[in-house]
Ligand binder design. Structure first.
Ligand code: ZN
Length: 320
């Protein structure tokens, strides 16, 4: 799906045939398909640097054209929403991944007014409600404080966004965690943009045969948890495992505990966003787009899923 604007056909967070410009809302891997195809990209400076760090080569980045603006989405450092002011006077806003609750390691969300709103649909269910972020953070800190007296704590987290938030949560109670190398590269970009993070770096490859890693908090990418867990077991250490993700509300992870620390809005927060933005029509996108649209219609909103290669401008003009 794309937005037609002047000479541009702007694809949204994905590589799309015929697109001349690619908006990258943030640096998570499922949003940078257009970058990989070397498309011209508009994004924040922070996202540009994070994507460059992740891919190991520069981004084909251009200045944001007149009539288009990028505003904070609160999802992770550098994440932005796309606002396109059409010649017709209508404004189209695409949220990308967004979060209403403020995180210590991301810019606070701004909610722009819109006529046509394209929303992410990660959490489409009215019965899924996240706890207050402060409460979740406090629970994590209590867990770290109590368990680190008797063993290691292994946190699995996305290496970008959640990993840095966990480092910050540890630092707040005087704990300096160890992170893996891929997370450390991303930490470096966060620090460049003023997020102070205290951590050590480990390859987690060497055998754990001395007291060096005792009673430490480790934060590793999700896909490395089993490897590190095995390493610790071989060393005969007591280890506690945890994840911190919003998906803790909807699935069970193979860990001792799971914390619902989400970087997305839940359904109630989505309704708050809509009330502030006041769109006349909402398009939903993502894997749960149809469910989200249906649940929004049940709340009285004009909403439909945006599927396939439908142009948002065509949709906006025709108001189906
Ligand atoms: Zn994301």
């Amino acid at each position: 799906m794309s937005i037609l604007f002047g000479d541009y056909r702007i694809s949204l967070d994905q590589s799309e045939e015929g697109a001349t410009l690619n908006f990258v809302s943030h640096a998570h891997s499922d949003h940078i398909g257009g970058v990989k195809r070397n498309r011209k990209v508009i994004c924040s400076d922070i996202t540009r640097d994070l994507v460059t760090a992740r891919l190991g080569h520069p981004v084909n980045y251009i200045d944001t054209p007149k009539g288009i603006s990028l505003v904070n989405s609160g999802h992770m450092l550098g994440s932005r929403q796309l606002c396109v002011d059409l010649d017709s006077g209508e404004r189209v806003v695409y949220t990308g991944d967004y979060q209403v609750q403020e995180s210590a390691v991301a810019e606070k969300i701004e909610i722009p007014k819109s006529d046509v709103l394209i929303m992410d649909s990660t959490y489409p269910f009215p019965n899924v409600t996240f706890d207050e972020r402060d409460e979740v953070v406090t629970s994590i800190q209590h867990y770290i404080s109590s368990k680190s007296e008797v063993g290691c704590i292994l946190f699995g987290a996305y290496s970008m966004g959640k990993g840095q938030e966990l480092v910050n949560i540890c630092n707040d109670i005087g704990v300096v965690p160890a992170v893996d190398k891929s997370m450390a590269i991303i930490n470096g970009v966060y620090m460049k943009y003023g997020i102070n993070l205290q951590y050590t770096v480990s390859d987690f490859e060497s055998k754990i045969d001395d007291g060096h890693f005792s009673n430490q908090v480790w934060i590793v990418s999700m896909n490395r948890m089993n490897f590190v867990r095995r390493l610790v077991a071989e060393a005969g250490k007591r280890i506690f495992t945890a994840v911190a993700t919003g998906f803790s509300m909807t699935r069970k992870f193979d860990t001792d505990v799971q914390f619902s620390l989400s970087d997305h809005a839940d359904f109630k927060q989505a309704l708050y966003y809509i009330e502030e933005s006041e769109p006349s029509i909402i398009y939903t996108r993502g894997g749960m787009a149809e469910t989200f649209a249906k649940n929004l219609r049940a709340e009285g909103y004009r909403a439909s899923p945006l599927l396939g290669k439908q142009s948002v401008l065509d949709a906006a003009v025709n108001h189906p």
